[in-house]
Write a protein that binds this ligand. Structure first.
Ligand SMILES: Cc1cc2nc3c(=O)[nH]c(=O)nc-3n(C[C@H](O)[C@H](O)[C@H](O)COP(=O)(O)OP(=O)(O)OC[C@H]3O[C@@H](n4cnc5c(N)ncnc54)[C@H](O)[C@@H]3O)c2cc1C
Length: 356
């Protein structure tokens, strides 16, 4: 749940100017077993304020390593600190691996995975790619990787090495938005038109069994629509968002009708304890829990990660944004508590049922 565990930084690799790869040694290895595509949420105080930031694991499931890649964001607090001040031997604190950016495995002996990554979006894709190439001998993998220019490409050498090792199974298509290339297709942005050209000439879209997308929302939407236009089903497309263009922190709009009191009777279950309190109607379930000293798990507070996932046991809530839960999870009553606001006068929700 909301537990944080200590990890020591055992190596810091800087292969491009604005990104680092951190190798981490957990004090308790058992807490950090992970599935390819999952992320860690770190916490650290900056000027007396605790920040929580998530970073995807870039190592493969069977590599015996715990590594994350952190790209420096201009003006970004955590990523700048990690790129400039963090040292080998320092201790960090992180929650156990979380996230659903993976598929349980193909029923197919010869799956063809297609992945679209942009910038630091390569990190979970690299984990998925490494795991598939190692664990599924019949798997083909096609990676479309877009960056501004060649010298900002994270994991360029690792990808080259993997390509050399798996010549006939791995295809990598680099698209550079800032550098002019000999072939137009490899320049510019990844949008619907680019996908159309790629699927016409370079990617055998008919053989693709599962697609993964990790990058900005605009690219994710364009690629996902194009994949569907080219015959993929919704359940064959998985995506991970690192940030959202949506107003994830917006308060619940005043238009919601139904119940009339301003206060809500709340009941929260966490780590086997049930707490009851009264909460204001215009704050999220997560903020209400935190304000009442329930140490609920959270990270992005923008509906992007699923750290604050909870199950609504009674009452009704409205979720303003959801970039993390699958349809079946929402149908089963799960919500992102940072984005959920009470619609009824009584609401109870359970963090234990979310299953980590
Ligand atoms: C599930 C998930 C997985 C992720 N995986 C990765 C990964 O593998 N690798 C990776 O590099 N990133 C990853 N991210 C993104 C990462 O969590 C951070 O969001 C990112 O590193 C930026 O954090 P920061 O603290 O450096 O920036 P922040 O301090 O949050 O700043 C972000 C931006 O906002 C601007 N800003 C900040 N404060 C203000 C202000 N007061 N006024 C105006 N502008 C402001 C900054 O200039 C910056 O441009 C992931 C995110 C999620 C949700």
């Amino acid at each position: 749940m909301a537990d944080f565990f200590d990890l020591t930084v055992t190596d810091i690799e800087k292969t491009v100017r604005d990104a680092v790869v951190l190798t981490l040694k957990p004090k308790d290895d058992n807490a950090f077993a992970f599935v390819q595509g999952q992320y860690l949420t770190f916490r650290r105080e900056f000027d007396g304020e605790e920040l929580r930031r998530s970073y995807s694991i870039c190592a493969g499931k069977n590599d015996g390593l715990l590594q994350v890649g952190v790209k420096q964001v201009n003006g970004g607090v955590f990523s700048t600190w990690a790129n400039s001040e963090l040292k080998v031997g320092d201790d960090l604190q992180a929650m156990a691996p979380a996230g659903n950016f993976y598929s349980a495995g193909e029923m197919n002996d010869a799956p063809h995975y297609l992945a679209f990554a942009a910038g630091s979006g390569i990190t979970p894709i690299l984990s998925i790619l490494r795991t598939a190439l190692m664990a599924e001998p019949g798997a083909q993998f096609t990676l479309v990787y877009s960056n501004r220019n060649l010298n900002t490409v994270m994991f360029r050498e690792e990808l080259e090495d993997l390509k050399n090792l798996h010549m006939n199974r791995l295809t990598i298509i680099h698209i550079l938005s800032g550098d002019v290339q000999d072939i137009d297709l490899f320049s510019g942005r990844v949008d619907a038109e680019k996908c159309k050209q790629l699927f016409a000439h370079w990617v055998d879209i008919g053989s693709v069994t599962m697609a993964y997308i990790c990058g900005p929302e605009e690219m994710m939407l364009a690629v996902s629509a194009s994949l569907k236009d080219h015959g993929l089903q919704k359940n064959q497309i998985r995506f991970e968002l690192f940030g959202s263009a949506q107003p994830g922190r917006a308060k619940r709009p005043a238009t919601i009708t139904g119940s009339q009191t301003q206060e809500v009777a709340a009941k929260v279950v966490l780590a086997g304890d049930t707490r009851s309190f009264t909460m204001a109607r215009d704050i999220s379930l997560l903020d209400a829990a935190l304000q009442n000293d329930v140490q609920a798990p959270f990270a992005c507070k923008a509906g992007v990660c699923s750290t604050c996932k909870a199950k609504v046991l009674s009452g009704e809530v409205e979720m303003l944004a959801n970039h993390a839960l699958e349809d079946y999870e929402v149908e089963a009553g799960f919500v992102l508590s940072c984005q959920s606001y009470a619609l009824t006068d009584n609401v109870s929700w359970d963090y234990d049922e979310a299953g980590g």
